[in-house]
Write a protein that binds this ligand. Structure first.
Ligand SMILES: NC(=O)c1ccc[n+]([C@@H]2O[C@H](COP(=O)([O-])OP(=O)(O)OC[C@H]3O[C@@H](n4cnc5c(N)ncnc54)[C@H](O)[C@@H]3O)[C@@H](O)[C@H]2O)c1
Length: 396
């Protein structure tokens, strides 16, 4: 059993606590920190948490706490991480790790200097279907991964601080692009260096300084592309989809809307349907078990087991820092309208990589470009001559 100090009583703290206390789990939130006594007390009562506190210092230094979870707004992550590390406690931080890579790198150095266990809580790489897809990709089922497209769009976040660029670090890119970037990194290979980013971002709908839309391309050293698509103005709920394209296969993942559970109610059920759902009647797309579908339950299973087994979790602060560095390059590119290098003063992956893609020999003189069965049953074979480069077509 591990005992946890939960910092925050908001949206993510509730999801995390539900995931930690799921079913017959032995792990327990021991103390919850909230800046507001009334909220903190109510949160503790609702989730059967023995104590609440309005002091971060008191919560993270408690003797009966093994690990601290940071579920606070982005501008408070660094101070909370520092307090937990100085208290010698394991520290688990929500996404994004920092508002930028500089902040994230400082946090990485802080936990490493203190020698404490650290985990980056990127839940979306832990969804059961993502885990299964990753296992298939690593077993070679789709060949070389060429292109990963990850989309996260919804009608916009639920609290004021997200919309304030100074507090959040940016708009939809840092808030949701961070998920998409890390999903792509997992499929492409976390040891492959992200080289450069090209990004379009704009504020199309909301009266804010930060972007509410963006599309970005992250080019990796091996030629693979990670594409992120984010919006804070998508209507109709939350759209979470990933696509993996490889030389030998394809994976399509749909995590939230129309995943096989569809319900119509003329009367409506007058209550919460699923995260960011916009309608409570008519056709609805409920989610069976949200903490499981979003990866929270499997994430804590990995992270807390890693802590007990003294091994690194699947995602740690180093990953959070790499994600922040890619996000920073995306912001620079959105401004410059050019490809921008991903600046990684600390890089722990491979320095040289072979290019993705395989060239297939057809015969002694030709390389195969394409083979296709036509409607009349014949097979068109398109070849390139090795010496001359001439492209020819043969019909079999
Ligand atoms: N899928 C995910 O991993 C996921 C989803 C949502 C949010 N998050 C992350 O979780 C963090 C919190 O987001 P949220 O959605 O829970 O936000 P929220 O606004 O719902 O909750 C924030 C909590 O912090 C407290 N707080 C706000 N300002 C504070 C201040 N100045 N001092 C002390 N406490 C303060 C609030 O009272 C509340 O308890 C963010 O970093 C966000 O990016 C992650």
């Amino acid at each position: 059993m591990l005992r946890i100090a939960m910092l925050g009583t908001g949206f993510i703290a509730r999801f995390y606590t539900e995931a930690l206390h799921e079913k017959r789990s032995r792990d327990r939130v021991q103390v919850v920190y909230g800046r507001d006594t009334r909220h903190a007390k109510a949160f503790a009562e609702q989730h059967q948490i023995p104590r609440f506190s309005t002091s971060i210092a008191e919560s993270v230094t408690a003797d009966d706490v093994d690990a601290v979870i940071v579920g606070l707004p982005n501008h408070l992550h660094e101070a909370a991480v520092t307090a937990a590390a100085e208290a010698g406690k394991a520290v688990l931080c929500t996404k994004p790790l920092g508002r930028n890579a500089e902040e994230a790198l400082r946090m990485l150095r802080t936990v490493e200097k203190a020698g404490v266990f650290h985990a980056y809580l990127e839940d979306l790489v832990y969804t059961p279907r993502t885990q299964k897809s990753l296992a298939s990709v690593r077993a070679g089922a789709v060949g070389d991964v060429l292109w990963v497209r990850s989309r996260e769009t919804h009608p916009g976040p639920h609290s004021d601080w997200f919309w304030n660029r100074k507090l959040s670090g940016g708009g939809a890119i840092v808030d949701m692009g961070c998920h998409c970037i890390e999903i792509a990194r997992n499929f492409i290979g976390k040891d492959i260096r992200p080289a450069e980013v090209m990004c379009w971002a704009d504020t199309l709908v909301h009266p804010i300084e930060a972007e509410d839309h963006a599309v970005g391309l992250v080019r990796y050293e091996n030629g693979a592309i990670g594409q992120f698509e984010v919006s804070w103005a998508f209507r109709g709920g939350m759209d979470l989809r990933d696509e993996v394209s490889g030389t030998e296969g394809t994976i399509w993942l749909n995590h939230w809307l129309r995943t096989g559970f569809e319900m119509f109610s003329a009367r409506g059920q007058s209550g919460y349907v699923a995260e960011k759902t916009e309608s409570e009647s008519g056709w609805m797309f409920p989610v069976g078990d949200e903490p499981v579908a979003l990866g929270y339950v499997d994430m804590f299973a990995d992270v807390l087991s890693a802590m007990e087994e003294s091994r690194p979790p699947m995602e740690d602060f180093y990953d959070g820092y790499v994600v922040n560095a890619i996000v920073d390059a995306a912001y620079r590119s959105a401004n410059s309208k050019h490809w921008e290098t991903v600046r990684l003063p600390v890089w722990r992956g491979r320095n040289t990589t072979e290019r993705v893609g395989t060239i297939r020999e057809y015969d002694a003189d030709h390389l195969l470009i394409k083979e296709e069965k036509m409607p009349d049953g014949s097979i068109n074979v398109i070849l390139r001559h090795k010496q001359t480069g001439r492209i020819i077509q043969q019909t079999k």
